[in-house]
Design a protein. Structure first.
Length: 468
């Protein structure tokens, strides 16, 4: 079990907890039936243990969130904030005897301003819903994780998530201008701004982005928007080796090109997608590179990029003829992780990011690790920013295979650090990578981060057991 220094309340205290919560929440917002609360125990990560929640709350207002935190502080009960639980590191997993605070009911888009190019939203707003809403105003919210049809803005902020368009537009942190955050003791803190510029004081907004709910509960976000770009066209390039595909990536970036998307799927991933969805992708390829431009003349940009791919050894370069064909290729990429899960029934998804110049070294290293541990490991990557997702496929019912999967996962993370990379580019640390966070940032880094945590959460009740 994930244990914190906050002890799970005994039955009498738990009854008091429920009564206290009901004093400031409607009955339908407080769930105590064990058959229901157990369904809130986990996110989508493998090998991440979870405790049993004492209660699940579903607040709809800032005031209700404040009430929960005041009660939790007074009773010394841990609180685990959750969004859609699409996370892949155990960051939303319950702690034994905790209050799980699901923020999915706080799902209002409060404001869209075309002049200021901002949206003000609650944490439960689904990423895709926001994208469609701002699109009606000729605006664009770029961060688009592969789970964008399900994941919430609050969860995206908590893990500092990325997506397919990061190579051109950047990650979630670059679009969070301001936050309203309920602190551990129930106070409401406003950070950041609504303006295009602002450097007043420490940047607390960035501090909360990626903090995985360990410093406070985000209840409102001011998000930066961009003008809606033209529809993008996609090109697919086949390569006889992953190394050649990575050489093409380096040539594209060194050449000053700015694609709106640059993604890589290895042969294992391509086959998995075809097996699951009959997409008709070329299974003769060792690596498939997908590139896109959303410029006024995407066909010309794709032609220039295609020439670089051919110079790097592409065996075939096929630009999409229209938007429908482009969307089909993107759908194949979005299905990658689901398709790999179907290979053996369970996956462990790594999230190693390396300098672009070392992308080929990482993929070759993963191939060696897969052979060493006799496992299927598919690699799908946001190649344009060096963020790879080596995905270990295994049978969860086979203890030996589970052990080999975990060992291979750790070896991939070690390889990423050796290549000058990081253990997570967008999925967060959660429970899964606590040990590796300490290795990456070192003892002084751990000390400083724990000191920050102590300032915001002196009782240690906010998402305990995560990060450190």
């Amino acid at each position: 079990m994930i244990m914190s220094r906050i002890q799970a309340p005994p039955d009498e205290a738990q009854g008091n907890l429920t009564d206290r919560l009901l004093a400031g929440l409607p009955a339908e917002a407080v769930l105590t039936d064990p058959d229901i609360t157990v369904s809130y125990a986990n996110d989508m990560a493998s090998f991440c243990p979870a405790g049993t929640p004492a209660v699940v709350v579903l607040p709809r207002t800032v005031e209700q969130v404040q009430h929960v935190m005041r009660v939790a502080s007074e009773l010394r009960v841990p609180v685990v904030p959750q969004g859609a639980r699409t996370g892949l590191s155990g960051g939303a997993n319950a702690t034994e005897g905790c209050v799980v605070m699901s923020l999915t009911k706080m799902d209002r888009i409060l404001e869209i301003s075309p002049v200021d190019r901002i949206a003000v939203v609650e944490p439960g707003v689904v990423n895709a819903a926001l994208s469609r809403a701002v699109g009606e105003h000729g605006l664009y919210y770029p961060p688009d994780p592969s789970s964008w049809e399900m994941c919430t803005i609050g969860g995206n902020i908590g893990t500092a998530s990325g997506g397919l368009c990061c190579v051109k537009y950047g990650v979630t942190a670059e679009y969070v201008l301001g936050l309203d955050v309920v602190l551990a003791d129930g106070r409401l803190l406003s950070t950041g701004r609504r303006t295009a510029k602002g450097v007043a004081g420490y940047d607390l907004t960035r501090l909360f982005v990626g903090s995985e709910g360990s410093l406070g509960i985000v209840v409102r976000a001011v998000l930066g928007l961009r003008p809606k770009p033209p529809p993008q066209l996609v090109l697919a390039a086949e390569f006889a080796s992953a190394a050649a595909a990575c050489d093409a990536v380096c040539a594209i970036m060194a050449g000053g090109h700015v694609p709106s998307l640059l993604e890589l799927m290895d042969r294992t991933t391509v086959k998995a997608v075809n097996d699951m969805a009959s997409m008709g992708l070329p299974e003769t390829t060792e690596a498939l590179l997908l590139a896109a431009f959303d410029t006024p003349d995407p066909a010309a940009d794709l032609a220039a990029l295609g020439a670089l791919c051919e110079a790097a050894g592409a065996t075939q370069v096929v630009p999409a003829d229209d938007l429908a064909e482009s969307e089909l290729l993107l759908q194949a990429r979005r299905l990658s992780l689901t398709a790999l899960e179907a290979v053996r029934g369970t996956t462990m998804i790594d999230d190693v990011c390396v300098p672009r110049s070392r992308l080929g070294d990482l993929i070759e290293g993963v191939e060696r690790i897969a052979e060493k541990y006799r496992l299927t490991i598919g690699v799908v990557a946001h190649a344009g920013d060096g963020n790879t997702h080596p995905t270990v496929c295994f049978d969860a019912q086979d203890p030996d295979e589970c052990a080999r999967a975990r060992e291979s996962f750790d070896e991939i993370m070690a390889l990423g650090l050796e290549l000058g990379g990081t253990i997570t580019g967008e999925h967060g640390v959660g429970v899964l990578k606590k040990e590796w966070l300490a290795r990456e940032i070192g003892p002084v880094g751990v000390e400083m981060q724990r000191a920050v945590k102590q300032v915001f959460d002196p009782l240690g009740i906010l998402n305990p057991g995560k990060l450190f």
